[in-house]
Design a protein around this ligand. Structure first.
Ligand SMILES: Nc1nc2c(ncn2[C@@H]2O[C@H](COP(=O)(O)OP(=O)(O)O)[C@@H](O)[C@H]2O)c(=O)[nH]1
Ligand SMILES: [Mg+2]
Length: 201
């Protein structure tokens, strides 16, 4: 099947809101813990090996990176969080930028939140869900690195996360949940379909 996201190109990296592209059209953002597989997910979904730079060293990119599909649609790689060695000043700056992005960005139509299938949700993951709920933004939680577990264990992790979200007061109407692997391609079509729908493709 034709990959509607494949014609995605690098647009720009922004340290400051002044550098963001015009707030027009539709945008889908990816945000999550450092090293969770955000960039790998963007590469898998666009079918490009090295569109977003992947890294074994967490916490390296503090910019917001914009990719463009055409003049009106963008994918956005937001800086990762939760990396302990990042200085407090950078963490504060990160918080400000992310808050500004979520509160101001009108073209933002949906958020992809990758979560490592082997880890629990962190407080910042939940904070992202709060941002989405505050502006009624559709959310896709990708349970990444599913290839690291057997199918049985992966399904168990999925149920565990659903339970954790329910206990934290989230309704299953607040998010969609997909088992995903950038390595095997598990869940890629389902995730791509959701992203395309948000973009109006
Ligand atoms: N096994 C496996 N490794 C992955 C997967 N996704 C990412 N990785 C690895 O995890 C590390 C961090 O990935 P990256 O995409 O740079 O994470 P980011 O910091 O969230 O953008 C890299 O070494 C990737 O190769 C996956 O689905 N399966
Ligand atoms: Mg990355």
């Amino acid at each position: 099947m034709n990959n509607l996201l494949q014609n995605c190109n690098y647009l720009l990296s922004a340290y400051k809101p002044e550098h963001w592209p015009d707030d027009k059209g539709a945008e889908v953002a990816f945000v999550g813990r450092s090293n969770v597989g955000k960039s790998s997910a963007i590469n898998r979904l666009t079918g490009q090996k090295s569109l977003a730079r992947t890294s074994k060293t967490p916490g390296r990119t503090q910019q917001i990176i914009f990719f463009t599909l055409d003049d009106k649609m963008r994918l956005v790689d937001l800086p990762g969080y939760g990396y302990a060695k990042v200085p407090l000043s950078i963490k504060k700056q990160w918080q400000q930028h992310i808050e500004a992005y979520f509160s101001e960005r009108l073209s933002l139509k949906g958020l992809v939140l990758p979560v490592d299938i082997r880890h629990d949700l962190t407080p910042l993951d939940e904070q992202m869900l709060v941002y989405c709920q505050d502006r009624a933004l559709p959310t896709l939680i990708l349970l990444t690195k599913a290839d690291k577990l057997t199918r049985n264990h992966a399904n168990r992790a999925l149920f565990k996360l659903q339970k954790q979200l329910k206990q934290a007061g989230w309704s299953d109407l607040d998010y969609q949940l997909v088992l995903f692997s950038a390595v095997s391609g598990q869940g890629e079509e389902q995730a791509r379909e959701i992203v395309c729908q948000w973009l109006g493709l």
